[in-house]
Design a protein around this ligand. Structure first.
Ligand code: WTA
Length: 650
């Protein structure tokens, strides 16, 4: 029997939420299943401001996905910023929209909805002056400053498509994304601040753009005031272009299905894919899920400490919360700066009521001792969320008992870049929770488990997680490559969306995500592709072949294990390892790092030349006795060398 955490009675009534109890959840779930179009049309009309309300729901399906994307609310016209800003300026202009907490504790800025609206309009006007038009792409490469959210919304105001690139990515990675989406404008800042360190954002952009003729302008926000290189004619200071611009900017009408943004994400193979989300469906879904999952109320101070470079920042720092007229916090620093009490210090100072982070941060902070938590007053907290990777029950319990004093609801939210918003999660405070389980699907989400013979598994069991029916917030395509979208997500099981995750369903119908079943790594909640690491490593002259797998890591969730085959005549040494680290950093970014290198005489391959990754994985996971059948290997002696030289964390 697994333990069930009952609903704390103190918070058993929800304020305005469309779902007030579990009976209403079941009703909404049934309605979304029986009449998805009617259900979502209602939600979309009720929640958003439309220039022209949509009259129909879904066009297309998973079965016809190879002919083109499905669409939601196809005849609706809107501009998402009117839902996120204008209507709130009419009702609550002085309500705080964004609380910004800078790198140094107590370095705070607050922007009201009125102020945010003005800044977005000015920035949109400045971007239009720089030549930006509807449908064009803008790369945003910034740290966690309010101007990053303003830049996103300013693009949306003009109907332009933003693509935010996490500020840890390298120049190579920025260049790939600039090229892939054909961006003409890049928005960045002089330098970033993170954990007392300075991040050379503008410098990286300059390097990325060497030789990129199609870039018209680089708009540079001054964050630190440090000297940065300047390209005359191309580079424009944010304050010079934005501060003098008009305070009002008309919202450009977009169709519900026009792209809102592209976000690059790692998969099993090749370079990251530009996942496309659209205006009407995405905002409907993020707004709905943000309210029902977190039990959002008018006076909440909501803090999601993700980075806007990832989907969590898009959906649950910027779009969902602003659509819901929430007060949303942006955090520039890291959880351990200046010490491991930083989050709880912020909870006390800002009166945070809803707090949302990743399991990796919880594990790292739990390891530092409870005194960092106990020091601060956390009585305002009501809901605690996690996202990004499976949460182990120990970390869950620490979050519940220590951070939440056994008084707050935990929502373990399972979702992906591709799903746009939360798909499987408890609804605070209604759903009884079990530590480590994402519990039940939200209305409109129909999860299915496939067994090893690709049959649908009924009742309790473990299998591969698929979804049976589209919802408005689901990604529509891969930018410029729809066949890749189909091949990645819809070819494994015809008529179903395949998530890439494994999942167990228990006798209560609760879902337990077991992690990726493909070659995607999840390191500290950051999603990375093994293929990206491998191509960075084999590009080093001394390296003949590289095989990358994940292994369990006590803090990061997964660590990165690299098997390296050197070219003849080379031997491993410290200088070479340092060179390999540099190659990964230069090709991907500072957040990508190999934890363990093992130099091997060869990779285990079948006679047809395919690398048997299962063997690499088992050895890295410390289970060399569970290799299974290795009789199809071309050279079984390779395995002995791999097993005998296996590495593990100190
Ligand atoms: C994993 C992040 C278990 C999963 C929003 C998924 C989770 C990948 C959870 C997507 C969770 C996310 N429990 N695993 N609550 N949330 N994942 O695209 O493997 O960066 O496929 O989106 O993170 O990562 P992505």
């Amino acid at each position: 029997m697994s333990e069930i955490y009952p609903v704390p009675p103190r918070v058993s009534t929800r304020s305005d939420s469309p779902i007030q109890d579990m009976a209403q959840y079941r009703e909404a779930y049934a309605r979304a299943q029986n009449d998805p179009e009617g259900f979502w049309l209602d939600v979309a009309r009720r929640r958003l401001r439309w220039m022209k309300e949509p009259t129909h729901g879904l066009d297309g399906s998973y079965h016809t996905i190879d002919e083109g994307p499905f669409s939601w609310f196809g005849d609706g016209v809107l501009n998402v910023t009117e839902s996120c800003l204008d209507r709130h300026v009419e009702t609550r202009p002085s309500k705080t929209a964004i609380i910004w907490e800078g790198d140094e504790p107590g370095e705070v800025r607050k922007l009201s909805y009125r102020e945010l609206h003005k800044q977005v309009c000015r920035t949109a006007n400045a971007l239009r002056e720089l030549g930006l038009k509807k449908g064009e792409r803008v790369i945003i490469y910034m740290g966690m400053v309010p101007e990053a959210a303003i830049a996103m919304l300013a693009c949306a105001r003009l109907g332009a498509i933003h693509s935010v690139v996490f500020g840890g990515f390298s120049a190579e990675a920025v260049r790939d994304r600039v090229r892939d989406c054909g961006a003409e404008i890049v928005i960045t800042q002089d330098k970033g601040r993170r954990g007392g360190k300075s991040i050379p954002l503008k410098e990286v952009v300059d390097k990325a753009l060497e030789g990129e003729q199609h870039i018209k302008h680089v708009l540079v926000y001054r964050r630190t005031g440090e000297e940065v290189p300047w390209v005359e004619g191309r580079d424009v200071w944010w304050h010079e272009a934005v501060d003098g611009a008009e305070d009002l900017c008309p919202a450009v009408p977009t169709m519900a299905e026009d792209p809102l943004f592209i976000l690059y994400t790692s998969g099993s193979t090749g370079k990251p894919k530009g996942v496309v989300h659209t205006c009407g469906g995405y905002l409907t879904f993020t707004s709905y899920t943000h309210e029902i999952v977190f039990d959002l109320r008018e006076h909440d101070v909501y803090a999601c400490v993700a980075d806007i470079g990832w989907i969590t920042g898009h959906s649950y720092i910027v779009y969902g919360p602003l659509a819901n007229r929430a007060t949303t916090l942006m955090f520039e620093s890291i959880p351990t700066y200046p010490d491991a009490g930083r989050y709880w210090d912020m909870v006390e100072r800002h009166g945070i009521t809803i707090f949302y982070t990743a399991p990796t941060a919880i594990r790292a902070l739990a390891a530092q001792g409870d005194e960092h938590v106990d020091k601060y007053d956390r009585r305002t907290l009501r809901v605690l969320g996690t996202v990004g990777e499976p949460i182990n029950p120990d970390a869950w319990r620490w979050y519940y008992e220590i951070v939440g004093d056994g008084r707050c609801n935990i929502v373990d939210t399972y979702w992906q870049t591709e799903t746009g918003g939360v798909t499987i999660s408890p609804l605070a405070p209604l759903t009884a929770t079990k530590p480590g389980s994402a519990t039940l699907p939200l209305p409109g989400i129909v999860p299915l488990l496939m067994d090893d013979s690709d049959r649908i598994l009924r009742g309790p069991g473990e299998g591969r997680l698929c979804m049976a029916f589209p919802w408005p917030g689901q990604a529509r395509t891969v930018w410029g490559d729809h066949p890749r979208f189909v091949a990645t997500y819809f070819n494994h099981y015809k008529g179903y969306y395949f998530t890439g995750d494994g999942c167990r369903r228990d006798t209560d119908g609760y879902h337990w995500i077991t992690g990726r079943v493909d070659d995607v790594l999840n390191v500290s909640g950051h999603r990375m592709g093994t293929a990206e690491f491998e191509s960075a490593l084999v590009a080093v002259d001394e390296v003949a072949e590289a095989g990358i797998v994940g292994f369990p890591h006590p803090i990061k969730g997964q660590g990165v294990y690299a098997y390296i085959v050197l070219q003849p005549g080379f031997a491993p040494n410290d200088a070479l390892e340092a060179k390999l680290h540099r190659a990964v950093r230069d090709q991907i970014g500072a957040h990508a790092r190999v934890d363990l290198f093992q130099f091997v005489p060869g990779l285990p391959k079948t006679r047809s030349g395919k690398v048997m990754r299962r063997i690499l994985r088992k050895v890295a996971e410390g289970e060399p006795d569970k290799l299974g059948d290795i009789s199809t290997l071309a050279d079984p002696s390779v395995v002995e060398a791999i097993v005998s030289g296996a590495r593990s964390l100190p």
